[in-house]
Design a protein around this ligand. Structure first.
Ligand SMILES: Cc1cc2nc3c(=O)[nH]c(=O)nc-3n(C[C@H](O)[C@H](O)[C@H](O)COP(=O)(O)O)c2cc1C
Length: 182
């Protein structure tokens, strides 16, 4: 038997989505971090990755000004930090300091990576599409970095690394040990 879902939360029906930490700098070089669940690869050639950001977010103006951002993939061990960075604004909170996150230089951008995350996509703003109440920032991926032992032949070692997934509301989860090889 089927029941009708709640249209207002239609996007929850596509969840869980991996919740990522996106770093972006202000003009003075100070780094902010925003939690993003609405994100997707878009193109292989050129390599494009999109994040959907509401204009009221503090990070929105930062990305528009610096034209760059880094996608940091967070392990489940720091899911509480992912939640905090999605519930507090860089307008009035230094989330990096408060959450004790460690920044390290990116290779191609001024915006840093977050060391506690297991992989990083360095993105230069390629396009900006206002779509409804969010804007799709399309980044050209100019560099990829990852922890040495997190990937085997570019595939996440899912027995070792548990990414952070967002179910919706206040609920987070990760992946189980099920690994189908077909
Ligand atoms: C798990 C989670 C996922 C989120 N995903 C998005 C998203 O995809 N796009 C967005 O604009 N806001 C998203 N948010 C909300 C922002 O992360 C939140 O408003 C944050 O405080 C904005 O930070 P800033 O003002 O420092 O930019 C999400 C929040 C949580 C908790």
């Amino acid at each position: 038997m089927k029941v009708n879902g709640n249209m207002q939360n239609f996007y929850y029906y596509s969840f869980p989505m991996q919740a990522v930490l996106v770093t972006c700098n202000d003009r003075s070089g100070k780094t902010n971090v925003i939690t993003i669940a609405w994100h997707t690869p878009i193109s292989k050639d050129p390599p494009l990755y999109g994040i959907s950001v509401a204009p009221k977010r503090y990070s929105y103006g930062l990305i528009q000004k610096t034209k760059e951002f880094v996608i940091n993939f967070a392990p489940y061990e720091i899911a509480d930090i992912v939640n905090f960075c999605g519930k507090n604004s860089g307008r009035n909170t230094d989330k990096i300091m408060k959450m004790n996150l460690t920044l390290a230089p990116a290779q191609k951008l001024k915006t840093p990576i977050i060391k506690e995350c297991f992989s990083h996509l360095e993105c230069k703003l390629h396009d900006e599409l206002k779509l409804g109440d969010h804007t799709l920032f399309v980044g050209e991926v100019v560099n990829v970095m990852a922890d040495k032992n997190a990937y085997k032949k570019d595939l996440l070692d899912v027995e070792k690394i548990k990414p952070t997934y967002y179910v919706g509301g206040n609920i987070f989860t990760s992946i189980s040990n099920i690994k189908g090889v077909f």
